[in-house]
Design a protein around this ligand. Structure first.
Ligand SMILES: Nc1nc2c(c(=O)[nH]1)N[C@H]1C(S)=C(S)[C@@H](COP(=O)(O)OP(=O)(O)OC[C@H]3O[C@@H](n4cnc5c(N)ncnc54)[C@H](O)[C@@H]3O)O[C@H]1N2
Ligand code: MOO
Ligand SMILES: [Mg+2]
Length: 418
């Protein structure tokens, strides 16, 4: 490494949106694959789902009680209760065998299939039963609205209804609908493989005891968690000391096996910021190497053999913000998640005074709260980029524009959902 090389740190700062636009141009949606529904949670659907049949698929009782004809009970009152002959008992899962005629009822359970001729279910608590000679009767002392406690065929979902769309992430509700529609297997976008390489001669493995001047590698597990949150698959490449040749050689070995390669550390102006050298080495095409924002200003992106290389800052807070602004949306685009937007913003009131003066736009780790029907966003603590503690509990980033003075509590700010 030549520390006197004058161009080594020549940088042109882009606005975050411009850097995002450049980066996302290099992202192509990934192909899809079939997975069992049991493994589909968190995956992104690659097919539209239309209801193959109505739901419920039969007229279904919503109560334990008696299937009746409402017209038989029009005159029922406490003074003049009406008795009906019980002709059958219908558990859930068993189709009725007898139609209900005038003066008849069938005992039915919640989820049971209504017999022909019946149109209404009277709940058990509104009835009394008795044995008369050869048969049982049910007595009801109130009229009931026709259709009550009956879910008609297709009342929730009509056949052919568009239920889910390609690009939708599969969560609890989606899983329920897919199962109800018989999708034992679903087509989902392949999970992006995201490799993580940590650079830094100061880094220890997690299990190693502290030693002078050393810290444990906390960025790799943080990034792995963020990658999983995005529905992608982390590939841990381990850590390298500040040695550009070693870093480049691991990158060369691994770039073919992943969709994006992330590095952390070594991108600023220090003597041992070796990613700067790697990113200037043959075959690497730089997309940008400085962003007009804090933290994460040295976040750098490049391509190598058609793959994206994103060099995040080593400072944990800056690494976290860089991931959310650039990598998370890139992964959403790879997964064809719809609608594709870089990130989602909302307006909220600032939860405490923000005193710092900024030359750059700032993204502050913060937490969203609802107070008296209003949305507030409060910094999780000090926003220094070296801090990890303020990543905990952050669910948004408050965007603070370049300012000559600070902002007062209550000021309406833009925040980005994480
Ligand atoms: N003279 C200047 N110095 C610095 C500037 C600058 O503009 N001029 N920028 C500062 C800013 S802003 C940031 S952010 C950092 C960026 O640093 P690097 O991305 O080069 O990262 P490192 O130097 O390798 O490390 C910075 C910091 O983070 C710790 N680190 C690194 N990797 C990990 C890891 N895997 N787990 C936990 N912590 C990690 C490292 O030990 C350092 O403390 O540069 C400023 N300097
Ligand atoms: O820009 Mo540094 O990345 O402030 O944290
Ligand atoms: Mg550095």
């Amino acid at each position: 490494m030549d520390h006197n090389q004058p161009d080594r740190f020549r940088r042109h700062a882009l606005q975050p949106e411009e850097a995002q636009r450049i980066l996302f141009e290099y992202i192509s949606p990934l192909p899809d694959e079939a997975v069992p529904l049991a493994d589909a949670w968190g995956r992104t659907l690659s097919q539209d789902i239309n209801a193959p049949h109505p739901f419920p698929p039969f007229r279904r009782s919503g109560m334990d009680g008696f299937a009746v004809r409402a017209q038989d009970l029009l005159e029922a009152s406490p003074q003049m209760p009406i008795s009906l002959d019980i002709i059958e008992s219908i558990p859930s899962g068993v189709a009725p065998t007898r139609a209900i005629g005038p003066g008849q009822a069938s005992r039915i359970m919640t989820g049971g299939m209504l017999p022909d001729g019946s149109d209404t279910v009277v709940m058990l608590e509104m009835t009394t039963t008795a044995e008369r000679e050869e048969h049982s009767i049910v007595t009801i002392s109130r009229s009931v609205p026709k259709g009550i406690n009956v879910a008609d065929i297709g009342c929730e979902i009509e056949q052919g209804t568009h239920l889910l769309h390609a690009g939708q992430r599969i969560g609890a509700g989606e899983s329920a609908l897919l199962a109800a529609c018989g999708y034992a297997e679903v087509r989902v976008t392949r999970r992006p493989r995201v490799a993580i390489l940590s650079t830094g001669s100061e880094l220890l493995e997690i299990h190693e005891p502290l030693a002078p001047a050393k810290i444990r590698n906390s960025n790799a597990p943080m990034l792995a968690a963020l990658i999983k949150d995005c529905g992608a698959e982390p590939v841990l490449l381990g850590q390298v000391p500040d040695d550009a040749v070693k870093a480049r050689s691991i990158i060369d070995e691994s770039i073919g096996t992943c969709d994006i390669l992330l590095t952390s550390g070594g991108v600023s102006v220090g003597d041992y910021d070796v990613m700067v050298d790697v990113l200037a080495s043959p075959g690497v095409e730089l997309l940008f190497n400085k962003i007009a924002m804090r933290p994460g200003s040295p976040t750098t992106a490049a391509t190598l053999r058609g793959k994206l290389l994103v060099a995040l800052s080593g400072n944990p807070g800056a690494c976290f913000v860089g991931f959310h602004l650039f990598v998370a949306p890139a992964l959403r685009k790879m997964l064809s998640q719809q609608p594709f937007t870089a990130n989602q913003s909302f307006k909220a009131h600032l939860g405490k005074d923000f005193a710092k003066v900024n030359a750059y736009r700032r993204y502050i780790r913060a937490r969203t709260e609802l107070k008296d029907g209003t949305v507030w966003v409060t910094p999780t603590g000090d926003d220094k980029s070296s801090l990890m503690k303020t990543i905990v509990g952050a669910d948004c980033l408050i965007e603070i524009p370049p300012l000559k003075e600070g902002l007062a509590k209550g000021h309406l700010v833009t925040a980005w959902k994480l």
